[in-house]
Write a protein that binds this ligand. Structure first.
Ligand SMILES: Cc1ncc(COP(=O)(O)O)c(C=O)c1O
Length: 503
């Protein structure tokens, strides 16, 4: 019998349900997710495995969840916590009193993508005289720069990276700067491979051209300084480098705060000024927004504040040490398996490997690792770079490292036995011939079905996709065979099929 109260309209029941029922539903749904804790998921999550930290962050979040960052004068608590987070990030990244960047200022944003969009906006709006502004980024720069360029109608000049060092040539970055260039960006480190770009040379070239230089330290900016203190040869990448005008660092990554907090720092307030949006030309309150969102929950900011206060400098140093050990252990495990090679010697908190000639099919290997409880991230081949497997390593991985090596060897053996997945002839024919514009809804549903994405009839007879298959090698092989523009279109269509209202 249909329980009308439950199915009235998605999350909206007719009369509401008891609190414990609502919470039980959340927990039941969460049970199907990948494990956020336990050191077996190598992407998306950052787990320090510090007892009690989650509870502390949740309690702090609860205190401030309904506080609105829209107006700092109404909620001085939030302003104080934001300023404290910016001060901490500024200090970790080489700024503040007594440094060569004493006037560093910043803002708390919702994440790395927002920080990068705002860095590009500030650079663009500093030059209202330019009709067609441009930015220069290495091919290894995070996709969020492309998103920023797209949203802000700024042209993107992409400089290739060396297939050996996975870094851009600073001379090529310099040569890409044009009169309309408003920003040059680099990564410390890059997400895909975890390598630190030649920041000093790139920043020097930008400075010489009178252009801003943003260091995207969203991913590793909180860890690199600690790794350096532990003796790792981390090159200069922060405000100590002349010419670096802004840096982003995500607290919801290696500062181990819950999601929703990044910091965008500028060397001084004049550089930050064009980041603001102000509007008084309407009958309501004058809107002054340093970031993209207007109403902002205080929850993530309070949670990050409590996390930083609790862990402290010594806590982060200890976590970096544990992470470094884990990285070394995982890299050794990769080196120990015939058929795999590291894309780069780890210099931050990433282990990234690919297959050697005659090695296992990487997409099958990823499935074999998943079957053994290790959730890694496949990366598709791109511009001469081979497909690879990415591991974001956090402190929680350290106790698991000894189990990883044997499982990796076992998974490689299984992947070799299974051999590469073969795309069914009709699928490879479609991918070979298809252009993004030629994709029709029917074709997408057919492809989804061919990939085992289980097309299911929706309530009105339309087709969506059912539960994702356990093994994704076929999907990844298909995407790998497609050029980037087709990958984008296919995934937009597939995700569109997933995002259907539940009634
Ligand atoms: C180097 C780098 N920049 C930017 C981002 C985007 O961050 P977010 O996912 O928080 O928007 C990431 C995310 O992994 C990153 O690694």
């Amino acid at each position: 019998m249909i329980d009308e109260n439950r199915v009235w309209a998605g999350a909206l029941s007719r009369d509401g349900v008891a609190a414990d029922v609502a919470l039980a539903e959340v927990r039941e749904l969460r049970a199907g997710d990948r494990p956020t804790h336990g050191g077996r998921l190598f992407a998306y999550v950052y787990d320090p495995a510090v007892p009690g930290l989650d509870d502390l962050a949740a309690a702090a979040h609860r205190e401030s969840a309904h506080v609105n960052g829209l107006d700092p004068t109404a909620f001085p608590s939030l302003l104080a916590m934001e300023n404290a987070l910016v001060g901490a990030a500024g200090r970790v990244l080489g700024g503040g009193p007594g440094t060569t960047a004493p006037d560093v200022v910043g803002s708390v944003t919702s994440g790395g993508t927002e920080s990068l969009i705002l860095a590009v906006k500030a650079a663009r709006d500093a030059h209202p005289e330019l009709a067609a502004p441009r930015i220069v980024v290495p091919a290894s720069a995070h996709a969020a720069f492309a998103k920023a360029a797209h949203y802000l109608r700024v042209a993107l000049d992409v400089v290739p990276v060396s297939l050996d060092t996975l870094r851009p040539d600073p001379a090529a970055m310099a040569a890409a700067i044009r009169p309309e260039t408003v920003l040059v960006a680099c990564s410390a480190p890059s997400y895909a491979h975890g390598v630190v770009d030649p920041v000093a040379e790139i920043a020097a070239a930008a400075a010489e051209a009178g252009v801003r230089c943003h260091v995207d330290a969203c991913f590793g900016g909180w860890t690199l300084p600690y790794l350096r203190r532990l003796g790792a040869p981390v090159p200069a990448f922060d405000f100590a480098v002349p010419g670096v005008t802004s840096i982003s660092v995500d607290l919801h990554k290696y500062a181990y705060a819950p999601k929703g907090v990044s910091v965008l720092l500028h060397r001084d307030a004049a550089l930050r000024a064009p980041q603001y949006f102000a509007y008084a030309d309407w009958p309501g309150y004058t809107m002054i927004n340093p970031v993209i969102a207007s109403t902002r929950s205080g929850g993530p900011i309070a949670a990050a504040y409590a996390t930083l206060r609790h862990l402290g400098d010594a806590g982060y140093l200890a976590l970096a040490e544990r992470t470094r050990e884990a990285v070394a252990g995982l890299a050794a495990a990769v080196r120990g398996v015939d058929g795999l090679r590291l894309m780069a010697e780890p210099e931050s908190t990433v282990v990234c490997f690919t297959a050697t000639e005659g090695g296992p099919d990487l997409f099958v290997l990823v499935d074999e690792l998943t079957a053994r409880g290790w959730h890694t991230q496949p990366q598709l081949s791109y511009a001469g770079l081979p497909a690879s497997v990415h591991l974001t390593v956090t402190a929680a991985v350290a106790p698991r490292v000894a189990e990883f090596g044997p499982d990796l060897a076992d998974a490689v053996a299984a992947a070799r036995t299974a051999g590469p997945v073969r795309l069914p002839a009709e699928l490879s024919a479609v991918v070979g011939a298809l252009t993004p514009d030629a994709l029709t809804p029917e074709l997408v549903v057919g492809l989804a079905a061919g990939l085992g994405l289980g097309a299911e009839p929706g309530p009105d007879g339309d087709s969506g996709v059912g539960p994702l298959p356990e093994r994704m090698a076929l999907v990844n092989t298909l995407l790998d065979a497609a050029p980037p523009a087709l990958r984008e279109r296919l995934l937009v269509e597939f995700v569109g099929l997933l995002q259907r209202p539940s009634w």
